[in-house]
Design a protein around this ligand. Structure first.
Ligand code: BG6
Length: 378
């Protein structure tokens, strides 16, 4: 059932192009053209979700939280809706003051995570007896349409990733990202916060993502497997990213902790000088995501500060980036892509790195110590 792969995690990393294709078919009218006056999106959510919508709040844990952080960026950038995100475990005991006309989104691949379920339930119960503008609107983004969270919420976006066995989430994260691209585009389209040209551009970009992921898997996997040997003695690592790629730095660090047992921290690149820079020396590698876009120059100069501290510097960069070989000790190129879509590609080298480092160290990749696929206790 591993279909020739050594671990489920590897199989699931390779299933990601198919997850994106399935989500495109499910949520996008593939015949849509910019001239059409119909919506290109087919999310099938009730009108009550959209009516007078003013605010969004997202609750989740772990990798799902990182998908939500990218979701916040997309909802604010594309649909111009103020979006808050909180760890579900924090939200349940310290929920923020009620805001009117608010959509609450719980993200959980399993649909069973106790903290996420509780956060969504609390939101529903504390809004129950209020005036109508405070009524709860609850949406779940999940990979299990038969799970506990689906019985609490008003509606669901299915992430269509298929069963995920590896404890460290990979393909379900990809499905969650797709859910947020389509939700934020759908909202942007309805609210008139995006031009048809920009929408068409992003849709075109979304359609080529599956083949771009395949390019990374085909061209980078062997190289990353070789690189993993330089992490044999590594005890600490720092991941840096800015803007929409900051959550990918967090995800890279989480993956390295979860399955490789290497202490890793993800930081917004610009924050490194305010503390973590003190940790850097030749023993602490830095993995920086520096994709073309509005934060490119800043992210590069942040990465160079790390090199000045003797850290071995890895760069996740665009294939067309001619300067990368000079800036970084090792370059992990991904195909050129719209900045807004780039997390879909930059996460792939993160997954491959943690996978190969864990496999090289002989660790139980699919069942890391102390972790469970679905955490139904508080
Ligand atoms: C953790 C898993 O315990 O639960 C993480 O180890 C996962 O990989 C997190 O991201 C949240 O799970 P779920 O099912 O709510 O997305």
């Amino acid at each position: 059932e591993k279909q020739g792969f050594r671990h489920f995690m590897a199989k699931e990393i390779y299933e990601q192009p198919a997850v994106v294709r399935t989500c495109l078919e499910a949520y996008l009218d593939l015949d849509w053209t910019p001239g059409s006056n119909k919506s290109p999106f087919k999310l099938d959510l009730p009108e009550s979700i959209y009516k007078d919508l003013e605010n969004i709040q997202i609750v989740a844990c772990g990798t799902s939280l990182h998908a939500g952080m990218i979701g916040k960026y997309l909802l604010e950038e594309l649909a111009q809706i103020p979006t808050a995100i909180q760890y579900a475990s924090e939200f349940r005991y310290s929920p923020p003051p009620l805001t009117p006309n608010t959509l609450t989104i719980g993200i959980t691949q399993s649909g069973e995570t106790a903290d996420t379920l509780a956060a969504v339930e609390i939101e529903q119960s504390r809004r129950k007896d209020k005036e109508p503008k405070y009524y709860s609107r609850l949406l779940a983004v999940t990979n299990r349409t038969d799970s506990a969270i689906t019985r609490v919420v008003d509606c669901v976006i299915d992430t269509h990733a298929g069963m995920e066995i590896g404890v460290a989430a990979t393909k379900t994260f990809m499905g969650q990202l797709m859910a947020f691209y389509f939700l934020s585009l759908d909202l942007a389209h309805r609210r008139g916060t995006i031009t048809v040209d920009r929408m068409a551009e992003i849709i075109t970009g979304l359609k080529v993502l599956p083949s771009q992921i395949e390019v990374i898997l085909e061209t980078q996997e062997k190289y990353i497997e070789e690189l993993s040997h330089s992490f044999l003695e590594t005890r600490d690592a720092i991941f840096l990213g800015r803007g929409i790629n900051f959550p990918i730095a967090l995800e890279g660090a989480l993956k390295l902790k979860e399955i490789s047992y290497i202490h890793a921290e993800g930081y917004p690149s610009g924050e490194m000088k305010h503390g973590p820079i003190a940790l850097l020396d030749a023993k602490v590698p830095v993995i920086a995501i520096t994709m073309p876009g509005k934060v490119y120059e800043k992210a590069v100069s942040n990465a160079q500060e790390a090199k000045a501290r003797d850290s071995h510097l890895y760069g996740v960069v665009a294939a067309s980036d001619k300067d990368a070989a000079e800036i970084f000790d090792k370059v992990l190129p991904v195909p050129d892509v719209d900045e807004l879509l780039s997390p879909v590609l930059t996460v792939i080298p993160m997954q491959l790195m943690s996978y190969h480092i864990a496999a090289m160290r002989g660790l139980d990749v699919d069942q890391p110590r102390n972790l469970a696929k679905s955490v139904t206790v508080e």
